[in-house]
Design a protein around this ligand. Structure first.
Ligand SMILES: C[S@@+](CC[C@H](N)C(=O)[O-])C[C@H]1O[C@@H](n2cnc3c(N)ncnc32)[C@H](O)[C@@H]1O
Length: 302
């Protein structure tokens, strides 16, 4: 599908795409209620503009490469398995460097990837990892996720990793509204959040350090870890909602971030056991656009 049929301005005009493969939203006037976060993200990304290898290393200090690549592949298999791949669109909200899609976007060349972030510097780093000429099926979109310059009902899948946790409640609800607007009927979603990890909380208590569950971080960003309210909120918003856990052995806040394939495999195995609730750093919500009332029982398993 032509990019101009996917991205558009508020008045319905196609969005301008620069030679670098970044679509700019002229309506984007700053990050509503997240000014400190935007500033922090821009500063954090700037040192990686010159080196894609260093950018990849940096991303993998914060996310488990093996675990998240497996998730990304699972989602792509689901997308192409469900229909003619030439029509498939995946939207990544708060994509950061978009590192999960490198190589996979070549392998799944008939899926169109729309990577949205409000930090232009993040998107520039992303384009250095996936240049537009080599990845014509990947488009970066500079926008706030609560005001997406995307056509209604364009996405087969919305993917968002550790982003909604940084949106204050009101803004999060605007984000949900946008996700529902851009998802096709029957479209699916994957939302990952950091959650409070009982064992890490204990370690912090022993070290007499503050373990932030909700509030502002030292650099002024908002953080809301996943909890029962979040889960309830998502059950109300989406259909067919399911919860899983991941990053059981990946705890950068304890400077414990193993990178080997064996560690990633073990991490995933543990994620499927009851130990996950004690160890997992990430709660993952899988769901679908709301087509009917979500059954109350789907919310029982937090
Ligand atoms: C913790 S990072 C996660 C990056 C990426 N999802 C990953 O897995 O590596 C959060 C990202 O969300 C972006 N972000 C936060 N709030 C946003 C908003 N309202 N609209 C668009 N992007 C946002 C930030 O710029 C940052 O790139």
């Amino acid at each position: 599908m032509e990019w101009s049929r996917i991205v558009r301005t508020g008045s319905g005009q196609p969005l301008e795409i620069d030679d670098n493969g970044i679509a700019r939203n002229a309506r984007f006037s700053g990050a509503l209620g997240q000014a400190d976060e935007l500033k922090t993200r821009e500063l954090a990304a700037a040192p990686f503009l010159g080196s894609s290898q260093r950018a990849l290393r940096e991303a993998n200090r914060h996310h488990s490469w093996g675990v998240m690549r497996e998730r990304a592949r699972k989602v792509l298999q689901e997308i192409v398995g469900s229909k003619a791949p030439s029509e498939s669109v995946l939207v990544d909200l708060g994509s950061g460097f978009g590192w999960q899609w490198r190589d996979l976007a070549l392998e799944y060349a008939r899926v169109q990837f729309v990577l949205v972030d409000f930090s232009l510097t993040n998107l520039l780093v992303c384009r250095s990892l996936m240049p537009f000429r080599e990845y014509p099926n990947v488009l970066c979109v500079h926008a706030d996720l609560v005001d997406l310059p995307l056509e209604d009902a364009t996405a087969d899948y919305c993917w968002s990793v550790q982003v909604l946790q940084h949106l204050p409640r009101d803004k999060r609800y605007r984000g949900y509204r946008e996700i529902k607007r851009v998802l096709k009927p029957g479209g699916r979603l994957y939302l990952a959040w950091v959650r409070p990890v009982p064992l890490v909380r204990l370690a912090y208590a022993l070290l007499r350090k503050t373990y932030l569950e909700r509030g502002s971080t030292a650099n002024g960003m908002f953080l809301q870890r996943f909890n029962e309210d979040t889960w309830r909120e998502l059950c109300e918003q989406f259909d067919d909602v399911r919860l899983t856990y991941s990053e059981t052995l990946f705890h950068p806040d304890l400077h414990w971030a193993p990178r080997s394939r064996v560690a990633a495999w073990l991490d995933q195995c543990l994620g499927r056991t009851p130990l996950a609730r004690l160890l997992a750093r990430q709660a993952e919500v899988w769901g679908a656009s709301l087509s009917r009332c979500a059954p109350a029982l789907s919310c029982f398993c937090l």
